[in-house]
Write a protein that binds this ligand. Structure first.
Ligand code: IPM
Ligand code: MG
Length: 364
């Protein structure tokens, strides 16, 4: 089959890791007889330097006529001035919003071979296998008012955590649907003891639950969830939560998989269904790590696993997605490690060697 992929490498290590994901995709194309047509667009700091905008119209247009978007990372010290009018991150937020990508799927899975490379005890992280669903186009990131101004008493700033029932309903539904295909347990995370938006969230979650009697729904406060995640992470199956909570909890959860460099994500505009192609944007959860950029250091596995999610959700190529996941496992079992997951007795490799080993392990 033929697919059009918009590739947005972005900043820092973004281009490094995206290149390896493409190398792996090329191998998938070869082995399984597909054709992937890539078109590159600018986003983030790279786009600001070229056009003055973090998300140029041409990039958005390119994404709209593609089957899927593969994104690296955005941001870096060069564009970090708090007084700057435009920031690389604005481009990422704008593309999520413009493409309606409200559902961000962040699977957290411990590879058994990495059990000893985490900063937690192996018996705590053993068998971790959860899916965090982060609401991506609402909440504090987008709520209005959002501004900074000067009052008689001094400077002041406000961000608003705002949610409509429709926004809550559609993301919680994604949670229930995906829980149905897993262990049928959904943990909805909020701060309902303090926040009004969380109380609405909890109410709507209970209403949607009526349509999914086979799924166990549990509400959990976000602070308790942060604790439980490292105390007993195997407790969780599917977690659904609002934008900011999901941002924070998934950085924490990435440590359960050994490294930020291991976690992929998919951002979708609808409930994913097996065998159905949904447009989506695919990015690793890690940032642009500017200090590691261009040094052949960054771990490309998150982005390679991200491309597996793209095969699964935007192309309905499940066997191909599993072939990529298996190739990653094979590379790890064979002892290859980037710096972030390195242990004694293993073979330390750089970004492109890791990409190469994984690409060569792809089997149809
Ligand atoms: C993420 C990142 C982004 C976010 C940043 C880069 C704006 O941290 O995807 O988790 O906060 O959503
Ligand atoms: Mg984040």
């Amino acid at each position: 089959m033929k697919f059009k992929i918009a590739v947005l490498p972005g900043d820092g290590v973004g281009p490094d890791v995206v290149m390896e994901a493409q190398r792996v995709l090329d191998e998938v194309a070869k082995r399984f007889g597909h054709s992937f047509e890539y078109s590159t667009g600018h986003i983030g700091g790279a786009a600001i330097d070229k056009t003055g905008e973090a998300l140029p119209g041409a990039t958005l247009a390119l994404c709209r006529k593609s089957d899927a978007v593969l994104l690296g990372a955005v941001g870096g010290p060069k564009w970090d001035d708090p007084r700057a009018k435009v920031r690389p991150e604005d481009g990422l937020l704008a593309i999520r919003k413009e493409l309606g990508l409200f559902a961000n799927l962040r699977p957290v899975k411990m590879f058994k071979v990495l059990e000893d490379s985490t900063s937690l005890k192996p018996e705590v992280v053993r068998n971790v296998d959860m899916l965090v669903i982060r609401e991506l186009t609402g909440g504090l990131y987008f709520g209005k008012p959002k501004k900074r101004w000067t009052t008689a008493g001094g400077r002041r700033a406000v961000d608003s955590m705002s949610y409509t029932e429709q926004e809550i309903e559609r993301i919680v539904r994604v949670g229930f649907e995906l829980a149905m295909a897993r262990r049928r347990k959904l943990t909805s995370v909020d701060k309902a003891n303090v926040l009004e938006s969380s109380r609405l969230w909890r109410t709507v979650a209970a209403e949607v639950h009526a349509n999914y009697p086979d799924v166990e729904l549990e509400n959990m406060l976000v602070d308790a969830c942060a604790m439980r995640l490292i105390q007993k992470p195997t407790y969780f199956d599917v977690v659904v939560t609002e934008n900011t909570f999901g941002d924070i909890l998934t950085d924490e959860a990435s440590m359960l998989a050994g490294s930020m460099g291991m976690l992929p994500s998919a951002s979708l505009a609808e409930v994913p269904r097996a065998g159905v192609k949904s447009f989506g944007m695919y990015e690793p959860i890690h940032g642009s790590a500017p200090k590691r950029a261009g040094l052949n250091m960054a771990n490309p596995i998150a982005t390679i696993l991200t491309s597996a999610m793209m095969l699964r959700y935007s192309m309905a190529l499940e066997a191909e997605a599993q072939a990529v996941e298996k190739a990653v496992l094979d590379a790890l079992v064979a002892g290859y490690r980037t710096y972030d997951i390195m242990e004694d007795g293993k073979t330390k490799v750089g970004t492109w060697e890791m990409g190469d080993v994984i690409a060569r392990a792809i089997e149809a």
